[in-house]
Each structure stands twice: as structure tokens, then as C-alpha cells.
Design a protein around this ligand. Sequence first.
Ligand SMILES: Cc1cc2nc3c(=O)[nH]c(=O)nc-3n(C[C@H](O)[C@H](O)[C@H](O)COP(=O)(O)OP(=O)(O)OC[C@H]3O[C@@H](n4cnc5c(N)ncnc54)[C@H](O)[C@@H]3O)c2cc1C
Length: 408
Amino acid sequence: MTDQHCVIIGASHAAASMAATLRQEGWEGSITMVGEEAHPPYHRPPLSKAALIGDKDAASLAIRPRDFYDAQGIVLRLGVRAESIDRQAQRVALSDGSSLAYTRLALMTGALPRRISLPGSDLSGVHYLRDMRDVDAIRAGLKPGSSAVIVGGGYIGLETAASLRSAGMQVTVLEAMSRVLQRVTAPEVSAFFTRVHEEEGVTVVTDTTVSAFHGEGTLTGVTCSDGREFAADLAIVGVGVVPDTSLAEAAGLEINDGIVVDEFARTSDTHIVAAGDCTRHYNPVYDRWLRLESVQNANEQARTAAKTVAGNPVAYHALPWFWSDQYDIKLQIAGLSAGYDEVVVRGDIAQGRSFSLFYLSGGRLVAADAINRPRDFMAAKRAVLDGSRPAPAALADESLELKAVFEG
Ligand SMILES: Cc1cc2nc3c(=O)[nH]c(=O)nc-3n(C[C@H](O)[C@H](O)[C@H](O)COP(=O)(O)OP(=O)(O)OC[C@H]3O[C@@H](n4cnc5c(N)ncnc54)[C@H](O)[C@@H]3O)c2cc1C
């Protein structure tokens, strides 16, 4: 052991990846992971999917077994919040009154649900969904036949709608924009998901904003700005997240809608790295700055951070990818579609539940949404990185092997 000490703040996907990679990369110093939640890092995506309506707890969703941390000499300080960073003294103050000296610090503080402040938004029965505490609170209100309103038709909102519907609830999704998933997909994919949810018995209402929650102490309904009212025993608000930069900001690090990091995950202080949902970084594949909210980014950027800290720096160069599970549908997304000027559909988008949609920009493949088509997803991931320029007609032709189409 050396007198080196890496303190990791946050105990989720990025932190778990950082700690494990530090050891793999030969870091011999101490490692302490500080997490506000009571649990060692657990998989967060299942919280809106199967785990929301099942009986899974944080232990059964654990990213690593508890004894992994002991075996690797990783000290867990859980249920404790890092309150402030003294960069001069290289010390972090914790909420239990103690403090930790560090030689290297890793900020992996993630993101927080965007909150809405409306009449009645603090009523019992109105929830957000980010961690296990939220899941426990939502589960307590689950009753087959009762009504749920989901505020926001993004991935989390739609996944939650699918889960609650599968649990036998009457579900309404309220979306402010003219279509669900507007921020992330083409209109064709939005229409597909609306169709699927309606086939499953969910009511999807677009172009509507919630103006109030009402009830006597407990939620009974939701009112929209156009005057429409929806009965609700449960409301789940899923209107996006904001990066949790409070600690970094108070410490004077550079922030720009996320902690700004370079390709080696270094912040504006060379002793401090950061990774995951809390960061903004430059992505060489798309030649632009990105703030991502994905497990892929949390894991891979944290690996980059760990390599930097361990003295084996390798620049972060990754294709973003994402997934979403709703009913019998596995959506896998390769790349980022922003800036596309053409889409090509392969398969039956109008009636079926298996197709891929490819996004092209100036003839070049930039992204793909694969619905129940894992092979298309894998092929598209490679093709985006290769800079493939597939012929649109060939891309749509299912009699042709996709890999060959990408290779031109
Ligand atoms: C319901 C849900 C479903 C999702 N589904 C998917 C999916 O299907 N696919 C996908 O790729 N991504 C999905 N995501 C997003 C994914 O979970 C996040 O991108 C990922 O968790 C980011 O990991 P992270 O480690 O950066 O941050 P987080 O997971 O946000 O963890 C940050 C941790 O740091 C702790 N923390 C913050 N500040 C402090 C402090 N000062 N002191 C101590 N601890 C602190 C927080 O309490 C939190 O536990 C989903 C997210 C949610 C909420």
C-alpha cells in the first residue's frame, strides 16, 4: 500500500466501474466510496422496468456482490453525503461530521429528477423515480384496477407506464409535446410506441401540460392546463433529469450543464476526475460536446477516469448506446440521431413489433433504433463507427444481408 488515497463520491454505476477498474489497472492506494444511498451500487435501469412491480430489492440488483468490495480493499461509506470539498487541503467533509483526505478525487454524483412545482405536487401519491427509495414508495401505492397518471412521455415515463399496466393499473400518459419520445427519436418511432401503448390499454395524451394535482392530503386526480381532468391514485413525474453538480460547483470546478471533463475524464482540477450522468464531455465520434444519461457512458467514462488516476491514461472514444424495455419490446439505440436528415425503415413498423429505423445525415449512418432486432443493433453500432454510407433502398430491403449493405 502507498499513501495514495482515491475518494469516490457517489456509489452507483460510474463509481462501481471506477473502483473495479482502479484495481485492475494496478492502483495500490486506498479507495473509499462515499454514497448517500444506504446500498452498495445497484443496477438502476430495472427500477422503471420489471423491478418496479416485482419484489426485487437493492441487494438482488447489486452490480457486484458485497464481498467484492472487501476483497478488493474498497471501503464503502454508505448512507453518508459528501458535503463539501476543500481543494487546497485535498479533503472532503462528510455529513456525519468526519472528513476524508484524498490524493485523487472522483466525482460520480449522477443526476437528479427534474422537479415540478405545481399546486398539489407535494401530495402523497405524487412520485419521482430515481432510486430504490422511490420504488419502495411507489410500490406501496400499487393496486390493480386503480389509476395512475404518468407525467412525461420519455423513456422513463413509457417504461413506467408499461410496468404499471402490466400490474393491472389503469394508466394515462400525459405528454406536453406533440408526440412521445420527441427529444430522442423520429416521429415514426414515436408513433410506433404510441400504438403499442394503446394496444396494451394505456391512454396516451399529447400536447397537454399538467397544471395541478389535487386531493385531500392524498392524490385523487390531475388537472391539465386545457381544463381536462384525470383520476389518479398515483402520479409519477418523469420529466427529465438535471446533472448533480452542486458539490463540484461549490468547489469552483468548471460547470456547463454538467461537470466539464476532458477526454481523460479530468475536471478543471487535475487531482479530480468525474464521470457519468454528472459530466459533460467532448465526443470525437460526433465532434461535439455531450451530456449523456446512460449506463454505457457511466461505465465506460468511469473506466477512462480510473485509467487516468492509475497513471495509464487512454482517451475516451465511445459510441453512445442505450436501451429501453417496454412490454415484449426491447428497443436498442446505437448512436445519437440528432441532426439526421433522412430515415430508413427496415421491417414492418406499421403493424408489427420488430423493425429497425436508421438515421442518416448527408448519406452517412449516424444512429439506429432497433426494435426486437439485436443483430441489427450490433451491426449498426459497428457501421456508425466505421462511417458507413449505406444505400437507402438496400437498407430497406430485408432480402439483403444488413452487414453487406453497410459495407457497401
Ligand atoms: C428508472 C431509471 C431507468 C433507467 N433506464 C436506463 C436504461 O434502460 N438504459 C440506460 O442506459 N440508462 C438508464 N437509466 C439511466 C442510468 O441509470 C444512469 O445513466 C446511471 O445510473 C448513471 O450512473 P451514475 O453513476 O453516473 O449516476 P447515478 O446512478 O445517478 O448515481 C449517483 C449516486 O451518487 C450519489 N450522490 C450524489 N451526490 C452525492 C454526495 N454529495 N455524496 C454522496 N453520494 C452522492 C447519489 O445518491 C447516487 O446514488 C435509467 C435511470 C433511471 C432512474
